[in-house]
Design a binder for this molecule. Structure first.
Ligand code: GLA
Length: 386
C-alpha cells in the first residue's frame, strides 16, 4: 500500500468514509552544500528527496483540528482558538501551521488530517519542514488561499520558529516547497532569489559510467543538537555586532582576514566557516552548471572540513563516513543538515556506490557505531497535491 493510500485509510477512520479528503505530499531535503549559511543571509543549494510527508486532509465546518499520525499511532485534537506556541510533540508541527496562517491574517477553519512520513526523523533531512509544508499546501487548497510558494515556505518557517520554537533558517521549508524534479535549488537567503540548477550527474559520464549521490545515514541522533544550533547562531550574531555588519553575508572572502583579526578566538573560526561556505556554494553552482563534478566533489569535501574544524558541528561517526567514502574513491563527501550526526553525502561513480556503502558499514561495525542506512538520492519535486 502506498503512503497516499495509507493516509487516505487513516483519514477515513478519523473523519468517515464520505469526508472526501485530498492528499498532499511535501518532501524532505538534502543540502548539497551551504550549511548554516541560511540564517546568515547567505547561499544554499538543497534538493528535494523522494522521502516525503504524506497528508490526507479535509476542511471542517467548525473550529476543530483533528490529527492522526499513522507512524506513531497517535491522535490529537484541539480547537483553533486554543492554539498557542508549544513544543509538546509531533502535533505541534501540524497545529502550528494553522496558528501561523491565522497570525498572518489568513482565514482558515478546522480540518481533519492524517499524516504518514518516510523522512527519517533527526537525520538532518528536514522531516519537520516536510510536515509543515504539506500542511501549508493542504490548507492553501482547502481554504482557497492564494499564497505564492516562497510565502508558503516563510509561513512554514514561522511554525518552526515562533510556534515550535526552533531558531532555524528558511532553507528547509524553501526546499520542501520550491524544489523541482532533477534540479537543485540555489537560493540567496537575503534577496530570496532562486535558480533551479539541473542536477545532471550523468552528463559527465566517462567510460566507467555516470555519477550519483549516495546518502549515508549514520543513525547518530544528537540530543544536544538544538542547543548547539542556537549557540552557533548566537556566535554569528555576536560576530555581526563586533564587525558592525547586518549579517555575515556582508563579510566578503577578500575582507575575511581583516574581519578575523577583529574577532575573539572562540568566534573567528565560526565566521571563517560561513564566509568560505558562501563562496563554496557559488563555486558549486558554477561546477554543477558546467558539469565539473571533480570540482563539485572537492568543494563538498572542503565544506565538510570547514564544518568539522571551524564550525565544529560534526562528530565521530559522520567524520568516519566521510573519510571512508573518500578512501573508496568518492569525488567528495560531506555531512548535510544542522549537524552532530545525521546524514553524509558521497558523490561517486555509480559503480563505486556499493563498495562505499559496504566499507562504511564495515568501518562502523568495527568502531561500535550504529549500523548505517544508505540510499541513492534522486532530486524530486517540492510540495504538491496528489
Ligand atoms: C537546519 C535548519 C536550516 C539550516 C541547516 C544548516 O536544517 O533547519 O535552516 O540552518 O540546519 O544548514
Amino acid at each position: 500500500m502506498s503512503l497516499d493510500d495509507v493516509v487516505l485509510a487513516a483519514h477515513a477512520t478519523l473523519a468517515g468514509a464520505d469526508s472526501a479528503p485530498g492528499v498532499w505530499v511535501a518532501p524532505g531535503r538534502i543540502n548539497l552544500i551551504g550549511e548554516h549559511t541560511d540564517y546568515n543571509d547567505g547561499f544554499v543549494l538543497p534538493f528535494a528527496l523522494p522521502q516525503a510527508a504524506h497528508l490526507a486532509a479535509s476542511a471542517r465546518e467548525d473550529d476543530q483540528i483533528r490529527i492522526v499520525s499513522v507512524d506513531l499511532k497517535e491522535r490529537f485534537e484541539t480547537r483553533l482558538t486554543d492554539l498557542a506556541p508549544n513544543n509538546d510533540g509531533w502535533h505541534s508541527y501540524l497545529a502550528g501551521v494553522f496558528w501561523a496562517l491565522r497570525e498572518a491574517g489568513y482565514q482558515v477553519g478546522g480540518a481533519d488530517l492524517a499524516l504518514a512520513s518516510d523522512v527519517p526523523i533527526g537525520a538532518g533531512l528536514s522531516s519537520s519542514a516536510a510536515i509543515e509544508c504539506a500542511v501549508v499546501a493542504a490548507l492553501c487548497d482547502l481554504y482557497h488561499l492564494d499564497i505564492a510558494p516562497m510565502e508558503r515556505a516563510k509561513l512554514a518557517r514561522v511554525t518552526e520558529n515562533a510556534y515550535v520554537g526552533a531558531p532555524t533558517g528558511l532553507m528547509d521549508q524553501a526546499a520542501s516547497t520550491l524544489c523541482t524534479l532533477d534540479h537543485a535549488l540555489f537560493m540567496d537567503c537575503r534577496t530570496l532569489a532562486v535558480e533551479q540548477i539541473p542536477m545532471d550527474l550523468n552528463a559527465a559520464a566517462g567510460p566507467n559510467g555516470g555519477y550519483a549521490i549516495l546518502v549515508i545515514d549514520t543513525m547518530t541522533r544528537h540530543s544536544h543538537a538544538d542547543g548547539e544550533y542556537g549557540s552557533r547562531r548566537a556566535a554569528c550574531e555576536e560576530a555581526c555586532r563586533i564587525l558592525g555588519v547586518p549579517a555575515l553575508r556582508d563579510v566578503s572572502a577578500t575582507g575575511l582576514p581583516a574581519a578575523l583579526a577583529q574577532l575573539p578566538t572562540a568566534i573567528a573560526p565560526r565566521v571563517r566557516h560561513i564566509v568560505t561556505e558562501n563562496q563554496r556554494v557559488l563555486d558549486a553552482c558554477e561546477a554543477l552548471r558546467g558539469g565539473d563534478l571533480t570540482r563539485l566533489g572537492a568543494l563538498m569535501t572542503a565544506s565538510h572540513a570547514s564544518m568539522r574544524d571551524d564550525y565544529e558541528i560534526t562528530e565521530v561517526s559522520v567524520d568516519a563516513a566521510v573519510e571512508t567514502a573518500l578512501a573508496q574513491g568518492a569525488l567528495g563527501a560531506r555531512m548535510t543538515g544542522g549537524g552532530f550526526g545525521g546524514c553524509v553525502l558521497a558523490l561517486a561513480r555509480l559503480d563505486q556506490l556499493a563498495a562505499i556503502a559496504e566499507a562504511v558499514t564495515r568501518e562502523f561495525a568495527e568502531r561500535g557505531f550504529h549500523t548505517p542506512v544508505t540510499f541513492v538520492a534522486r532530486a524530486e519535486s517540492g510540495a504538491h497535491r496528489v
